[in-house]
Ligand binder design. Structure first.
Ligand SMILES: *[C@@H]1O[C@H](CO)[C@@H](O)[C@H](O)[C@H]1NC(C)=O
Ligand SMILES: *[C@@H]1O[C@H](CO)[C@@H](O)[C@H](O)[C@H]1NC(C)=O
Ligand SMILES: *[C@@H]1O[C@H](CO)[C@@H](O)[C@H](O)[C@H]1NC(C)=O
Ligand SMILES: *[C@@H]1O[C@H](CO)[C@@H](O)[C@H](O)[C@H]1NC(C)=O
Ligand SMILES: *[C@@H]1O[C@H](CO)[C@@H](O)[C@H](O)[C@H]1NC(C)=O
Ligand SMILES: *[C@@H]1O[C@H](CO)[C@@H](O)[C@H](O)[C@H]1NC(C)=O
Ligand SMILES: *[C@@H]1O[C@H](CO)[C@@H](O)[C@H](O)[C@H]1NC(C)=O
Ligand SMILES: *[C@@H]1O[C@H](CO)[C@@H](O)[C@H](O)[C@H]1NC(C)=O
Length: 531
């Protein structure tokens, strides 16, 4: 099973079936009860939420789905094997609720579990997959979140078998349910990430969404901001997997959490929109404040979230305080997102070169601030002032008549150690802590050469010696300076045998390509579909 040489190219492994693309072309938007109410769910919560989503303009803004999470069924199945809703929680029944939602313009989603019990102790779907899929369909449901508690044995192979079985059932339906897979969350955060990486490779083939890591903080968990940053931190490790039709899911928007400032909530929304992530609100929507509704319905950011290209923003730089991300949009514009993690308001200059416009010197760009709608003209760089824990988002358009070459630009980093590829002096290169320096911001050129902004005349080079040395050398377009990047996260040399590797104490070497090893899986800048 474990292939030693990279056989798949990025483009072939990203080629999702057209069926899956049409099931969910853009990320889902709506409501789920879990983070806010956990098991305290019922019919009136859902009807009141739907009514408020209509009256507050959320439906009109695109939030067109209500999803039920765990704890909705009875503890036992009916004698014919079907799941049954709890009639105390849902006195009119789920088909009635589904119709209530449909009448108001919403879609209806549900939760089950791949194992023989849900996380909350209700019946799981293991062994009942066909029956449950049919039951959900007959209740007017079009979206299934399949959790992964109580899968036994809890191996990657077992998860793959069960989620693969569900994929077969759902994709054979005349109108397949949207399939949200929680499998990766059961493998994240381990010392050895091979299984997590492996699960991430198959979830895009089986479904439309994957909950890749931790649950976001629930209402009674005080650490809301750090929870948002944790899930953000997982999401940036996985950009290579996302394309229109499949979306990484960093979990719910916790809009009315008591321990978040307005700037933190707006950051949460702006970062998720920059990722092209699902925007699923878990809050008491009838009680949301006008200022919360205002940011949730920001048209500019929703358009970015729903952009047809479906790419995820990738990191340009991280220095401990500032995170800068970019992304290409379907119309050729470039997104620029700037997060201030610091305790104080601050100002950062970001060059158009860092935003991906390689030959931009002296050119004019139109820059739109997505929070304010203000449009300004900039040359060379943009000055960005951001409050503590705030996020600014801009769309950059090259002015008419100005041909500007877009070059994927940003960090190359190990998604386990989080070390950044860093060009040093005298041809040296190493894996070091990320600082945001030019020597850590890389351009991936058309010809697959890789140069840092520290000196764009030097290219990452496989020296082709016995030690597998890698160095920065003057660019000369030889195959030892060309690199392939695969959805597995491996970076391989076209001119020398082997994959880029993080060796002991941060050395950069070329060694035999292993199977998604901690020391060989990287994120790399991408600028367009299929990189
Ligand atoms: C329904 O659930 C909500 C949220 O947990 C709760 O406030 C409300 O009292 C419940 N209503 C009924 C009728 O149980
Ligand atoms: C199974 O039983 C339940 C509860 O009696 C019923 O609502 C459902 O229609 C039955 N399913 C099938 C497929 O007959
Ligand atoms: C769940 O499955 C495991 C093994 O597949 C089995 O040992 C266990 O008894 C099952 N639990 C229940 C409640 O069915
Ligand atoms: C990491 O996990 C994979 C898959 O379970 C295994 O094949 C590999 O040997 C592990 N690597 C190390 C260094 O333990
Ligand atoms: C907010 O944090 C404080 C201190 O950590 C804690 O006492 C409080 O319960 C938290 N509030 C909420 C709503 O989580
Ligand atoms: C950003 O650039 C402008 C113009 O070059 C300069 O005046 C300003 O001091 C810079 N700001 C920061 C924070 O470096
Ligand atoms: C790199 O970061 C780690 C973790 O923050 C820190 O312990 C270490 O001292 C840093 N190394 C250098 C060379 O700055
Ligand atoms: C950049 O790299 C080229 C090629 O190695 C070299 O000739 C030049 O001196 C370098 N420039 C600087 C400023 O170091």
């Amino acid at each position: 099973m474990h292939i030693q040489t990279p056989l798949l190219t990025l483009t072939t492994s990203l080629a999702l079936s057209s069926a899956s693309k049409s099931v969910l072309p853009t990320p889902s938007m709506g409501f789920n009860n879990w983070a806010r109410f956990e098991c305290a769910l019922n019919e009136s919560l859902f009807t009141a939420t739907a009514d408020a989503m209509v009256s507050k303009g959320l439906l009109a803004a695109g939030y067109n789905r209500l999803n039920i999470d765990d704890c909705w069924p009875l503890h036992s199945r009916a004698s014919n094997g079907s799941l049954q809703w709890d009639p105390e929680k849902f006195p009119h029944g789920l088909p009635w609720l589904g119709q209530y939602l449909k009448d108001r313009g919403f879609n209806f989603g549900i939760y089950s579990d791949a194992g023989n019990s849900t996380c909350g102790g209700y019946p799981g779907s293991l062994g009942y997959e066909e029956i449950d899929a049919e039951t959900f369909k007959s209740w007017g449901i079009d979206y299934l979140k399949l959790d992964g508690c109580y899968v036994d044995p809890s191996t990657e192979a077992r998860y793959k078998q069960i989620y693969g079985h569900w994929h077969q059932i759902l994709s054979a339906m005349s109108e397949p349910l949207i399939f949200s897979e929680s499998a990766p969350a059961y493998f994240s955060g381990e010392d050895n990430l091979t299984d997590w990486y492996t699960v991430m490779d198959w979830v895009p083939k089986y479904g439309e969404l994957a909950r890749h890591s931790d649950d976001i903080a629930t209402f009674d968990d005080p650490d809301a901001w750090s929870s948002i940053l944790t899930n953000y931190g997982y999401e940036v490790l996985l950009a290579r997997h996302q394309a229109a039709g499949y979306f990484n899911d960093p979990d719910f928007l916790i809009v009315d959490h008591g321990n978040l400032t307005l700037d933190e909530k707006k950051s949460h929304f702006a970062l998720w929109a920059s990722f092209g992530a699902p925007l699923i609100i878990s809050a008491w929507i009838p009680g949301l404040e006008a200022e919360e509704i205002e940011y949730l319905t920001n048209k500019n950011l929703i358009e970015v979230d729903q952009d047809a290209l479906g790419l995820q923003a990738t990191l340009v730089s991280q220095d401990g305080t500032w995170d800068v991300l970019t992304r290409s949009l379907a119309n050729g514009d470039r997104l620029l997102t700037v997060l201030n993690r610091g305790a104080e308001e601050g100002t950062l200059n970001v060059s158009m070169v860092r935003a991906g416009y390689a030959d931009s010197q002296g050119q004019e760009f139109e820059v739109k601030d997505l929070w304010t709608g203000d449009v300004s003209t900039v040359t060379d760089e943009i000055e960005v002032t951001v409050p503590s824990h705030g996020t600014k988002v801009f769309i950059i358009s090259a002015s008419e008549g100005c041909e500007s070459s877009l070059v994927p630009t940003g960090m190359v980093f190990n998604t386990k150690s989080l070390h950044c590829l860093t060009a040093g002096s005298a041809g040296a290169v190493g894996w070091t802590n990320c600082t945001g320096a030019d020597a850590q911001v890389w351009q991936v050129n058309d010809g697959r050469t890789v140069s840092s902004l520290g000196n764009t005349s030097e290219c990452l080079t496989a020296v082709n010696d016995e030690k597998g040395s890698v160095a920065m050398e003057a660019c000369k377009s030889s195959t030892t300076q060309k690199w392939g990047y695969m959805v597995t996260g491996n970076i391989w040399s076209l001119g020398a045998k082997g994959c880029l590797t993080e060796g002991a104490s941060g050395s950069v070497t070329l060694s035999a390509c292993g199977f998604e090893r901690n020391d060989q899986v990287f994120e790399m800048p991408s600028g367009s579909a299929g990189h």
